[in-house]
Design a protein around this ligand. Structure first.
Ligand code: XMP
Length: 326
């Protein structure tokens, strides 16, 4: 007997009971989940909430500006922006293993939140508040796939579940942990969030860090950001944003292949397009999208992105592939 209205009522009451008159922070990632979690908590405790946006340098083109502008405009929430590109890239230097990357990113997020919380408490002159609350937009599938569901194998450590460090000092507030994505979107609409936020395609918290197969470096991120921006632009222009659940664009940084461009040999990297259709991200199928759109994306990426000489299409469903490559 599920209605968005009753979910909102129940969660608002639960959040008030948990947080009381204390302060909470919410990590905003630009995605639907953290936006809806923040809006729910804001409805429950108002100004006791501060949202923290961590610019970890792993975001897509234009994404930071969008979060800073759109979300604040839609909700009037208090926002603290933390520039942390150096910090994340230093922590990721030399690391290629996907789970290690996820754990590092999860840990750095928490360390940044701890620092932000301490600063906010100091600014408010509220020293001595022992409990610090951290709001996260964790969904039911995140928990299941991180191994938190009973009897389920661990597939990957989502940055906000299995990727959390052991010595975390926060008490977590996770009002969406029983919901699937489509339900979260309904709750977002019920809370009055605009369609641009509620129907945004999923994007993982660890960002482009888990879309570079190989070590994450600034140069590789810049390259992937360009390729991703082209793919998104063409998919939007073709009117495919709703039909496609999400389309990860992946850089195979450790792979090179031979090509020819102009009158010379090239030895560059492949970019993978991974358009998928899904209901809840637990299973997915590759999207049979129009060849013309694929052709445009391929031509533009190989022409416009230096060091990329090949574009390939991932035609694997989930299972056996996961949506993200790492
Ligand atoms: P997979 O790759 O497991 O992805 O099939 C399922 C969905 O979850 C997203 N995803 C994440 N979201 N933090 C997130 O917030 C994460 O660590 C994370 N890992 C994967 C992925 O984009 C897809 O929508």
């Amino acid at each position: 007997n599920w209605t968005t209205h009753s979910v909102v009522e129940e969660q608002v009451a639960a959040i008030r009971a948990q947080v009381g008159t204390k302060r909470a922070i919410c990590g905003l990632s630009g995605g639907v989940d953290s936006a809806v979690a923040a809006a729910l908590v804001q409805k429950a405790i108002g100004d006791q909430l501060t949202c923290v946006y961590v610019d970890h340098g792993l975001m897509r083109k234009g994404e930071s500006e969008q979060v800073e502008k759109d979300f604040v405009a839609a909700t009037g929430v208090q926002l603290k922006v933390v520039e942390a590109e150096e910090r994340f890239l230093n922590a990721l230097a030399g690391v290629s293993d996907p789970e290690q990357k996820r754990k590092i990113i999860g840990r750095e997020f928490i360390r940044v939140f701890e620092q932000a919380q301490a600063e906010l408490v100091a600014e408010a002159g509220a020293e001595g508040e022992e409990v610090a609350f951290l709001v996260q937009g964790t969904l039911y599938p995140d928990i299941v796939e991180s191994g938190g569901g009973t009897g389920t194998a661990n597939i990957k450590s989502h940055h906000n579940v299995g990727g959390l460090p052991d010595d975390i000092e926060f008490e977590l507030v996770e009002p969406l942990r029983q919901l699937f994505k489509d339900e979260v979107r309904m709750v977002g609409t019920e809370l009055g969030l605009p369609d641009e936020i509620v129907h945004r395609q999923p994007f993982p918290g660890p960002g482009l860090g888990i879309r570079i197969v190989g070590e994450v470096t600034r140069d590789r991120l810049d390259l992937l950001r360009e390729a991703d921006a082209i793919a998104r632009e063409e998919l939007t222009a073709a009117g495919l944003d709703r039909e496609i659940w999400q389309c990860p664009v992946v850089l195979l940084a450790d792979v090179r292949s031979v090509g020819v461009q102009g009158d010379g040999r090239t030895y560059g990297h492949p970019i993978v397009l991974r358009p998928v259709s899904s209901e809840d991200a637990m299973t997915a199928d590759w999207t049979r999208m129009p060849y013309e759109v694929l052709a445009r994306i391929s031509t533009r990426i190989t022409n416009e992105v230096p060091d990329v000489n090949r574009v390939v299409l991932d035609v694997t469903s989930k299972p056996p592939g996961t949506i993200e490559w790492e």
